[in-house]
Design a protein around this ligand. Structure first.
Ligand SMILES: [Zn+2]
Length: 298
């Protein structure tokens, strides 16, 4: 870390979630942020005294299903606001019988089983990128989540493979069995391409995922309301409130400045003409218009 970084004001922390209570985000106000993919609505305020920006991925009234979210605008809006690190909250289903409703997963890897979503921030440009996904989630953000959840009464698993599927429907029993064979532990719908686009934007990203149901075929049905339902699991037992408290703590545990490598994700993997909207990234103009390494034949 150089002196300039040490003296710089800490960047706002980003959160992508389905809801944000007044307790989670203080001094909140809504902003419409212009991006190359249209405007994105972002709540700004403070979490535990630190500047924060929150994207409600389903919209303020939960009207946007996972397959219709403007992922590129959401990610880029957070970057435009100066966010460097994103915590994603994902209420999800279990695929692995050893993972139970009520558990909390801090995923270490993911499977992309989406079908029709934009794959890259750089579609429709004169360039493309090939970012490393060996460590798909930021180690520093994961660590802050693990510290924040360490005192919770719930079982917290520090590893898990998150299968992201297209939705908006739930999976069939055959699909859940297929995901089990592929090594998935949990399943949800919106986490990809948020995680991949965050990496393309050189932002840190990690997910905290409360488990609120078993996948199809692992229980008689996936129930929305009533006894044994997802709503009961998440809200009636207080899990949602505990997750919000953990998010506040996780933000407090984040170092003021990044020490990870997420901020150099484009270095060496960027090919073509840099678009005008790509600002403040780890490549300079000269590097951005060359092929720095011989590509594999694939
Ligand atoms: Zn990072």
């Amino acid at each position: 870390m150089n002196a300039k970084t040490q003296n710089a004001k800490p960047a706002p922390v980003g959160l992508i979630s389905s809801a944000a209570s007044q307790r989670l985000l203080e001094d909140r106000r809504e902003q419409q942020v212009a991006t190359p993919w249209g405007k994105a609505s972002v709540l700004t305020g403070r979490i535990g005294g630190r500047e924060a920006a929150v994207v409600l991925r389903y919209g303020p009234k939960l009207t946007i299903p996972s397959h219709k979210i403007n992922y590129r605008a959401n990610i880029w809006a957070l970057r435009e606001l100066g966010v460097q690190r994103i915590i994603s909250q994902n209420a999800i289903g279990s695929v692995n019988p050893a993972v139970r409703p009520g558990d909390i997963i801090i995923s270490h890897d993911f499977l992309d089983r989406t079908k029709g979503r934009p794959l890259s921030l750089f579609d429709d440009t004169e360039c493309w990128v090939r970012v490393d996904m060996t460590g798909p989630f930021c180690p520093e953000v994961r660590l802050s989540l693990l510290k924040a959840t360490s005192g919770m009464p719930d079982r917290v698993l520090d590893r898990g493979v998150f299968a992201c599927v297209e939705g908006p429907r739930f999976e069939t029993p055959a699909e859940i069995r297929a995901l089990q064979r592929e090594g998935a532990d949990i399943v949800g719908t919106p986490m990809v391409p948020e995680v991949t686009m965050a990496r393309e934007a050189e932002m840190c990203f990690a997910s905290i995922a409360p488990v609120i149901n078993y996948g199809a075929g692992m229980a008689p049905a996936v129930i929305h309301v009533g006894p044994g339902s997802m709503n009961d699991e998440y809200y009636a037992g207080g899990l949602h409130d505990r997750i919000e408290k953990a998010l506040i703590e996780a933000v407090a545990h984040l170092p003021e400045h990044r020490g990870c490598k997420c901020g150099q994700a484009l270095r060496g993997g960027f090919h073509g003409q840099r678009p005008g909207w790509l600002k403040n990234c780890s490549i300079d103009d000269q590097q951005g218009s060359t092929l720095p390494v011989a590509l594999e034949d694939d």
